[in-house]
Design a binder for this molecule. Sequence first.
Ligand SMILES: Cc1ncc(COP(=O)(O)O)c(C=O)c1O
Length: 390
Amino acid sequence: MSKGFRELSWAPIMKYFIRIEEAVKEFKGGVVNLASGSPDVVPRPEEVMDAISDVASRYWGEVVSYPPPGGPRRLRDEVRAYLASQGVDLGGMDLLVFSGSMHALNVLSLALIRAGDLIASENPTFTDSLIPMKLHGASVRPIALTPSGLEGLARGVEGVKALYVVPTANNPTGMTYSAEARSEIAELSSEHDFLVIEDDPYRALASTPPPPIVNYCRAHTCVYVGSFSKVLAPGFRVAYAAVPRELSEVVMKASEVSLALSSLASLVIYALLRKGLVARYAAEGRRRCELRLKALVDALRDYMPYAALWAEPRGGFYAFIKVPGVNMDKVLDEALRRGVSYVPGPAFYLDSPDLSTARLSIAKTREDDIVRGVKALSEAVKSVAPGPIT
Ligand SMILES: Cc1ncc(COP(=O)(O)O)c(C=O)c1O
C-alpha cells in the first residue's frame, strides 16, 4: 500500500455519512434528510429504459466496445451543445467525458499534479475533490470563502499551480460567486500563470448564475468540470471536463490508465440529451430546488432564532448555517435522536474548522419535511447550547 493511501482515512464527509447511517438504522420514526448530496431523481424509469433500448438498437457495436479515449464523440459533441445552451463558452477547449467528476478530478491529478505542487482552494469547500491532488503529493493552501468572496485571493494564489473553486451554488455554502469575483480569478490566473479548476456540477440547478469562470479565461488557464450526477442521478457516473487543447493529450492518456468510462452509460446520457430530456430534468430540478430552498430559509427564520445564514442560496442544494457558540458536531447526535440529519461544517474545512457551522441540504426532502426537520434541529441546538439562546 502506498504511504499516501496508508495515511488516508475515510474522507471527512463520508465519516459523517457513516455516523448518520448508523443512527438512522436505530431511529424508528423516519429521519428527515437534510444531509444528502444526491438529488431526488427526476428521470422516470420508462424514459431511461427507452434510452437504453434506443442506444442498444442503434449503436450496439459501440455499447459493447471499450469507449474511445476521451469518450464517445457523439456524447462529447452533445455535452458541448448542452453547455452552450447554459451559456458555457468552451472556445477552443477539448471536452472529455469521465465516469463521474470524482473520476475526472482523479485523472486530472494524475496528469497534472507533481509532488511538491501547491494548490490553492476556497475554504470551506467540497474537500473530497482535493484528496487525489494530495495523494499525488500536492499541498493545499486554503483561501477563506466569506460572504464577500475569497479573502486575500491575490496573495493566496501566489506561487500556486492551480486554484480549486466551486463557484456556483457552492457545496457546502450555497454561495454563488459574483461576476466580478469570477473575472478577477480569471485575470489573476493569466497574470500568475496558474490553472483554475472550476468544479461546476450545480450550474443547471442554480437560479440565473453569472457566466462560469471559464468564459472569462481567454488564456488557456481553466479546466471546467461538470457532472450529470446532480441533474440526473449519481448512479449513471457520467461527467465531463473541458481542458485547454495543449493539455488534452496528457489528460486522455491519464484517463486510459483506468479506462473507467462505461460505454453504455455514456450512450444512455447521449440519448437523453438528444431527446431534450436532460434540459427538461434540469428545469424541473431547478424549480424544485428553488421551492425547497425557500421553505428551508423561511423555516430557519421562523424556528432558529440564533441561526445566521451565511449566504442566501440562489439555487442548488445547500445552505450553510452558523450558530455562534454552539458546537454543531455535538448537536448532530441530538438532532439524529430527534429525527433530522445534516452534515456538520467541519467536514468541509481544509484547516481551522468552524465548529459552529453546518450544511443543510434540500436535495432529497420535500417542503413539509424540511419544516419538520428545521423544527427538530432547532430543538437539538437548544438542548446542546451552553446557555439560553431564544
Ligand atoms: C462540488 C462537487 N464536485 C464533485 C462532486 C462529485 O460528483 P460526481 O458524482 O460527478 O463524482 C460533488 C458531489 O457531491 C460535488 O458537490
